[in-house]
Design a protein around this ligand. Sequence first.
Ligand code: NAD
Ligand code: 0WE
Length: 258
Amino acid sequence: MLNLTGKNALVTGIANNRSIAWGIAQQLHKAGANLGITYLPDERGKMEKKVAELVEPLNPSLFLPCNVQDEDQIKSTFETIRDQWGKLDILIHCLAFASKDDLTGDFSQTSRSGFNTALEISTYSLVQLSGLAKPLMTEGGSIVTLTYLGGVRAIPNYNVMGIAKAGLEMSVRYLAAELGPQNIRVNAISAGPIRTLASSAVGGILDMIHHVEEVAPLRRTVTQLEVGNAAAFLCSDLSTGITGQILYVDAGYEIMGM
Ligand code: NAD
Ligand code: 0WE
């Protein structure tokens, strides 16, 4: 049975009720996990209030600001986990960012700063958070990140995010190789397109979703809760033999030739 009682889970990447991380947090809570939630703070504290209200029903025992571009916030997040929880069992990495200018037009025109920002936030953050989680996962653990097919195939306009996801998927393998001896497993879920804050800001996302609805074996897109169920599985004792893998939760789209 899928049971996460007694497990401490840190979930990053909740912005609103459409976030994939919100689907994951709900399923981890349902399975009995003790939750810590991080959010991306803004100057006016609007995000803090919004996300706090959203996650309240899940009774998180930690609720912390964590901009992955801010060294101090990252450090203090993990210090708090060490002091309050003692050990960490589950890390959900569910964030990405590229400048909107870099998600349209010619990939060859990506600026140095745009490239660096996309890879810093979307890729390096997994490496850094995993490194900080490592000493806290004293009883083993499970790290799960979110990727997209655009890291493996050239998908129109995904551009620099594709390079970030390719790096992310390879980071999963190197992290799995390093952390395996400590019984820490590292996997990624490659989700099909879902309408979220991040994806809705992207031109042509609706056409993309309609294409998936026509071509995917299941003739539909997937939901945040379906991704959440796969994440709960990867965090549970049902998947103790699985590490370093990319699990497609995409209604089967990836297998198709067109
Ligand atoms: P979302 O906008 O709800 O989530 C993105 C999150 O990234 C937000 O919570 C945002 O606050 C956070 N973030 C951005 N910059 C940050 C920073 N500097 N520090 C900390 N957090 C930061 O959108 P989503 O679609 O749920 O995206 C979550 C993950 O799922 C991403 O990795 C995305 O690439 C991946 N993904 C999304 C889809 C899709 O179609 N929506 C498909 C496959 C994979
Ligand atoms: O990973 C993603 C989205 C990531 C993302 C989205 C945005 C929009 C708002 C990263 N940074 C930003 N920055 C912003 O300013 N997905 C998998 C969703 C997505 O994005 C696409 C897609 C799909 C699917 C971009 C182009 C083509 C398809």
